[in-house]
Design a protein around this ligand. Sequence first.
Ligand code: S3P
Length: 433
Amino acid sequence: MKITPARRIRGRVQVPGDKSISHRAAIIAALANGTSRITNLSPSEDCAATLSCLRKLGVSIQSEGSSVIAQGAGESGLRASNEPLYCGNSGSTMRMLAGVVAGQEFSSTLTGDDSLSSRPMQRIIEPLQLMGASIGSQNGKPPLTVKGSKPLNPIRYELPVASAQVKSCVLLAGLNANGRTEVIEREETRDHTERMLKWFGVPLEASVAGSISIDGPRSFAARDVHVPGDISSAAFLIAAAALLPESKLDVENVGLNPTRTMFVSMLRSLGVMIEVTDERDECNEPVGRIRVQGNLSDQPPTPVDSTLVRGNLIARLIDELPLLAVVGTQMPGGIEIRDAAELRRKESDRISTTVTNLRAMGAEAEEFEDGLRVQGRTQLRGAMLDSYGDHRIAMAFAVAALTAEDDSEIAGAEAVGVSFPEFFTLLESLVER
Ligand code: S3P
């Protein structure tokens, strides 16, 4: 994909439905008693993988444009699939479905593409084994064979990694446990599973100390869901508007869950003009409009030389960190990201793939085991870039390429389909040259 630099971006958009919320809406609707209609479901390949796995487990799901109608299987209606559950590129699909099938009276095999097959699954194997499921893997990596047990044992489990996928896996397994399952997270991660379960009428208890409890076994009724726009997809467009002078962009009906908006807060603290309006709640998730005006480099320098992002900020920015590194190239003091070794376990090794692409564009970037540092105020050059099969790397560097001196080429740009198939079309519709 060739990217020609842009002067600015202008317009009003809606981004497709949130991927994280869509996975949860589909999975929880599939377990409910009755029929749920989910509107504005994410058109991502990842969510298509979740739907396809749920269908293989016997759930009837009809697609109608960006809506689906799911006939929930109820507490004992899932059936064994005679083929592996193929999760594609999607860690969320594999980790959350593992929690669902762990509490069934049958065995399931979960597989994925090459990238997913190299990602760590021990983090869900451990709690699910403690709950009584038998799980086979390739040294803690997929494929997973899950021999379910019904009911599961309830556990009290402190997450060893800050991961919403692991938290969700254990909570979903808790629906089929006999008693109270408690998950404790030291760092706050996205809470869409908790919100969606509550929307479907499942009571959860949360404490300020980061503990979430669910009482099983639990059955619940179907309910319609409307999915808000994906803030992590919007982030790429927002960043482009922030970086290109005289840009003006409105993103309508976008999710504003506080566990997901740290990127927007950071841009604001860096001096970007961002206004949030029309705030409301929809299906237990905050939603609203984000208006952003460029540009970052014309702002007065921030008082600190280099912005350091670390500690509990990391989990709240996890999907936006490659993009933040791109933004860092234009900040007065650059940016340093630490405590982010988890980035190496994403769809690509995002520390290495970000640094490689930044260097190709002429940025001064240093790589650490747990992060990276990039120098600010850099005029990026057009370059031959690579997505490394990673949707967020493709989109972060499409934004970088818009700010460059000359054209860039992104190999493997089709990876954007994993979360945001319309990304390039939408971006092009906003760009002015
Ligand atoms: C997700 C959680 C995060 C995030 C991923 C989606 C989710 O992963 O990176 O894109 O939907 O729960 P981890 O839970 O592995 O940090």
